[in-house]
Design a protein around this ligand. Structure first.
Ligand code: GLP
Length: 239
């Protein structure tokens, strides 16, 4: 595997290193297609990118973004939707054009059609230049849970209890966490030209160790990244 490993000493250092990679991407190609992620891991990097955009160092004027996933059944405007998360953490604070922002829509009647359309929209835009990923404690990427086929495209998934518990902090009542999500598949993620995965802290160590062991198995979704030619893992934290 050609995977590049960057060990960092703090969450802030992880965020800065990841922001540097995105900054270089935007400088090299101002009309980049970015693949974005939600969760606690990218918040610091988004803050850093907002600072750099507001300082005039980078611009999102011609950038298009595609997010990895969204809950099924939540309105875009729901406080816990990934649409809201992305607007609060990044889009509202930079010079993005709303029409260049894409997230899968988990509130349409025909979810199967939305899945196909989402991969089509990514392809029509020219494919993702740089994809950001976090990792779940069970090795999930996007919402692709263990056992997901490596050939999967955007699809509807049942969330595991582990994932629902992990994400309960974003909801008033843990019972409100949706049971399904719409997520880019493993193959949709692998189609990105370059990938950056960020993971910091004790909770993520085991997943990072597993990835490092080099075993590729559908029981550990992130392991398929070992077969991608351009992946950088930025990680750190101790027990
Ligand atoms: C959710 C998201 C994933 C994310 C994971 C880890 O399940 N769908 O894309 O990587 O949580 O989140 P965090 O970064 O908050 O640990």
């Amino acid at each position: 595997s050609t995977m590049k490993w960057i060990e960092v000493n703090s969450y802030d250092e992880m965020s800065a290193v990841a922001a540097n990679i995105f900054t270089e991407q935007l400088k090299a190609k101002p009309a980049s297609i970015l693949g974005l992620a939600t969760g606690g891991s990218p918040v610091g990097m988004y803050k850093e990118l907002v600072k750099r955009q507001q300082a005039g160092d980078i611009t999102f004027k011609n950038v298009k973004t595609f997010n990895l996933d969204e809950y099924v059944g939540l309105d875009q405007s729901s406080p816990a939707s990934y649409w809201t998360f992305m607007h609060e953490n990044l889009f509202n604070h930079v010079d993005m054009k709303e029409e260049n922002i894409q997230l899968p829509n988990g509130k349409v009647d025909d979810l199967a059609a939305e899945c196909v359309a989402y991969d089509d929209r990514i392809a029509e835009a020219g494919g993702i230049d740089l994809q950001l990923l976090g990792i779940g404690v069970n090795g999930h990427i996007g919402f692709n849970e263990p056992g997901t086929s490596f050939t999967s495209l955007t699809n509807i998934v049942e969330l595991t209890e582990s994932t629902r518990t992990e994400n309960a902090i974003y909801f008033d009542d843990p019972a409100d966490v949706p049971t399904q999500a719409i997520t880019m598949g493993i193959q949709s993620i692998m189609n990105a030209k370059a990938i950056v995965l960020i993971a910091f802290g004790e909770k993520k160590l085991e997943a990072i160790e597993k990835l490092k062991s080099g075993v590729v198995t559908e029981d550990f979704p992130a392991s398929q990244l070992l077969n991608h030619p351009n992946v950088t893992i930025i990680y750190g934290g101790t027990k």
